[in-house]
Design a protein around this ligand. Structure first.
Ligand SMILES: O=c1ccn([C@@H]2O[C@H](COP(=O)(O)O)[C@@H](O)[C@H]2O)c(=O)[nH]1
Length: 240
């Protein structure tokens, strides 16, 4: 049995709690879950997350932890109190940091008696392209870098990675079949890419093998968020 009713997670990138809760109430029967990120968490913290969690929806808390192993292990103990379904760290924090995160999450889940969330590592942000990697002094294509970081995340015991749709096939070829591929950078045809540089349509991403697709602005900034979400679900013809 799959963990979520469908692969679509809606990113609630807002500091407005009323707007976020209204979107959850409107969309909860349509989408598979909701992603709360830095903007929401910096504005409302754990209490804001609890207000959303009360709606009994799967929550992806996307804080992309990136620090020394001891600090990330502590952050993981704290965030696990909110019973998330998915959590993120940055793969660039390295093997020891990712191992510390995985160990801390597993230990805390067992102490709290809650289900272990999927712990996934951000590889190369979807807002970056080959030119940006070059400027950062990172050698190799986005495919090579994502594959390298995915192998490292798997070795650290993580459940999967966050990658752009373009790297789904490469990542699948270097990691196990159960490895989760959480994929932002999703744009229904005709919608604005904004700051995203590596984008694909929902249908292409799911057909290529995304486990979860993350869509924010094309839904939340639409005049009809429920209609926008439903048309994404309709476009993903394969059963999840
Ligand atoms: O590489 C990454 C990692 C995370 N994200 C997050 O996904 C959503 C995408 O929102 P859109 O409005 O659909 O662009 C957003 O919350 C990001 O923080 C990402 O885009 N890329």
């Amino acid at each position: 049995m799959q963990r979520f009713k469908n692969p679509l997670f809606c990113a609630l990138d807002t500091g407005d709690l009323e707007k976020a809760t209204a979107l959850v109430d409107a969309l909860k029967d349509t989408v598979g879950g909701f992603k709360l990120g830095l903007e929401f968490f910096c504005a409302h913290g754990p209490k804001g997350v609890e207000a959303i969690a009360k709606r009994d929806v799967p929550l992806f808390i996307d804080l992309k932890f990136h620090d020394i192993p001891n600090t990330v292990a502590g952050a993981m103990r704290s965030i696990m109190q909110l019973n998330p379904a998915i959590l993120t760290v940055h793969a660039g924090g390295g093997l020891a940091m990712m191992r510390a995160a995985a160990d801390s999450a597993a230990d805390t889940a067992s102490k709290l008696g809650v289900k272990m969330p999927w712990l996934v590592a951000v590889t190369v942000l979807t807002s970056l392209d080959a030119g940006d990697l070059d400027v950062l002094g990172i050698e190799g294509s986005t495919h090579k870098v994502v594959a390298r970081l995915a192998r490292l995340a798997e070795k650290a015991g993580l459940d999967g990675v966050v990658c752009a749709p373009h790297e789904i096939s490469t990542t699948r070829s270097v990691a196990g079949q159960d490895f989760k591929l959480v994929v932002p950078g999703i744009r229904p045809r005709g919608t604005d890419a904004g700051d995203q540089k590596r984008v694909m349509t929902p249908k292409e991403a799911v057909e290529t093998g995304a486990t979860v697709i993350v869509v924010g602005r094309p839904i939340t900034q639409s005049d009809d968020p429920v209609g926008a979400a439903q048309s994404i679900i309709d476009a993903i013809s394969e059963p999840f």
